[in-house]
Design a protein around this ligand. Structure first.
Ligand code: FAD
Length: 425
């Protein structure tokens, strides 16, 4: 495949000519593998710091999760801040908690600084289906305020929910004014163009087939090679078997999105203040309006990363449960993409050698985290590794069952949490 997966985003992105593949031998301070948010965020950070950068992308910039996600700027990590403290101790909790808003801030700063047109709209709503989930949101607000993040969260009573989302499903909610939504393919392409304007070189259709992790690392594709001082591995769920010591730490998980036909005024009736929404279930639904007034409705997961037999059959029942009035609406787009799950649901960074670093595993909440971790990769290459080491020192836990049984065992575990969501305990 040499093009983007067919999605609403691929169909509506600003025109971007394909970049040529790598040919022959090139040299740079830093070679980055993968042009998603992680790789491009690091490329832009390093280019701003004056490093020469080459990015090698197997397909197109934003081909992976970054160019086809829900577009929701969700602050924090896939686990809440108090879980980090409980699991890794007060120091790690404080340090990681202090960075919880930075990914979103980086996105907003870059949109402004590089004038990136990506339909940015501020604000998101966490929608609780059960009373237990409402209590969970109250707890979340309290925890974040304990970290000093005050003024951005508003609890929403059940009776007020339909002012924000015209659905009878919800028992209450919480708005995060510092979250929001974007057209992710236009964002990652805009950031890639910004890095190029500062001298970075990006080669598409350039799948990396080997990495020499020695003191003078060499990265090879079928048609060329890059000699660099540092290599950053940012292939996330699409890394495959390139570096087994990396691929073995994560599990690809697919999630699916439907895009309706343009709904005109009906879109504003469904989501009057244009917040993006995610519910609080373990396997959550997420949805939002687009700039051309469609509804993008996502959810569902497949552990292991395969596409389901029918995306429509998997997602449409959930969409109609939330918005029964959309039963006759035409579905124009249906697509799937993979994110990388870790056992702890917490991202991992590390070194394969003194010259080769990696970052992956945002576990489904990666739009902000990848921007933060890309910056931190850049800092580490520049010799300021304190923040990198906060993440790199977190203990790593492998999926039980090894490569053969990790998928069925994870499915079993998730059934337990889905059951709890269904019965509201
Ligand atoms: C359908 C979907 C919806 C989502 N919705 C949201 C959301 O609303 N909010 C949110 O916060 N998160 C969401 N996520 C998660 C988020 O999109 C990801 O966590 C994030 O984009 C990961 O970025 P990345 O750069 O690490 O990986 P990717 O964007 O997957 O990029 C990795 C890149 O590496 C390239 N690559 C891999 N191997 C090689 C190789 N050998 N050589 C060269 N290149 C290689 C791939 O082609 C790919 O382009 C969603 C994910 C999906 C799939």
């Amino acid at each position: 495949m040499t093009e983007h997966a067919k999605s609403y985003y691929a169909a509506t992105a600003h025109k971007q000519d394909a970049r040529p593949p790598l040919q022959g031998t090139e040299r740079a301070d830093v070679c980055i593998i993968g042009a998603g948010f992680s790789g491009i965020s690091a490329a832009l950070e390093l280019s701003e710091r004056g490093f020469s950068v080459i990015v090698l992308e197997a397909v197109r910039v934003g081909f992976g999760a970054s160019g086809r996600n829900g577009g929701q700027i969700v602050n924090g990590y896939s686990r809440d801040l108090d879980v980090i403290t409980a699991r890794y101790g007060a120091d790690a909790g404080r340090q990681i908690g202090a960075m919880a808003l930075e990914g979103g801030n980086i996105i907003r700063e870059r949109i402004e600084k590089y004038n990136i047109a990506c339909d940015h709209v501020p604000g998101m709503l966490f929608a609780a289906i059960t009373d237990k989930q409402v209590k969970g949101l109250e707890h979340h607000k309290k925890v974040w305020e304990g970290f000093g993040y005050t003024g951005q969260f508003e609890m929403v009573e059940e009776t007020q929910m339909q002012r924000h989302v015209r659905s009878a499903r919800y028992a209450g909610g919480m708005i995060d004014r510092k979250a929001g939504h974007i057209h992710p393919l236009n964002l990652v392409q805009g950031e890639a163009a910004a890095a190029e304007s500062l001298g970075a070189r990006i080669f598409e259709d350039s799948r990396v087939i080997s990495v020499d992790t020695g003191a003078a690392p060499v990265v090879k594709t079928a048609a060329g090679e890059v000699h660099a001082k540092f290599v950053l591995v940012c292939g996330n769920a699409y890394i495959g078997d390139l570096l087994p010591e990396i691929g073995g730490k994560i599990m690809p998980v697919s999630t699916q999105i439907l895009g309706t036909e343009p709904l005109g005024d009906e879109a504003a009736a469904l989501l009057p203040d244009n917040l993006c929404v995610e519910d609080c279930n373990y396997v959550l639904d997420y949805f939002r309006r687009t700039a051309d007034n469609r509804l993008l409705y996502g959810g569902g997961i497949v552990y292991g990363g395969q596409d389901p037999a029918s995306i429509r059959a998997k997602i449409l029942p959930n969409m109609l449960k939330t918005f029964p009035g959309l039963k006759d609406v035409r579905i124009d787009f249906a697509w799937s993409g993979n994110f990388a799950l870790t056992l702890t649901r917490f991202p991992q960074m590390g070194r394969l050698s003194p010259t080769v670093y990696y970052s992956h595993g945002d576990s489904g909440h990666g739009v902000t985290t990848t921007h933060l971790l890309g910056r931190i990769l850049g800092e580490a290459v520049a010799g300021v590794a304190e923040r990198f080491d906060v993440f790199a020192k977190l203990p790593y836990f492998p999926f039980p069952g090894g490569k053969t049984f990790r998928v069925p065992l994870t499915v079993l575990g998730s059934w337990y949490y889905r059951f709890r969501d269904q019965v509201g305990v």
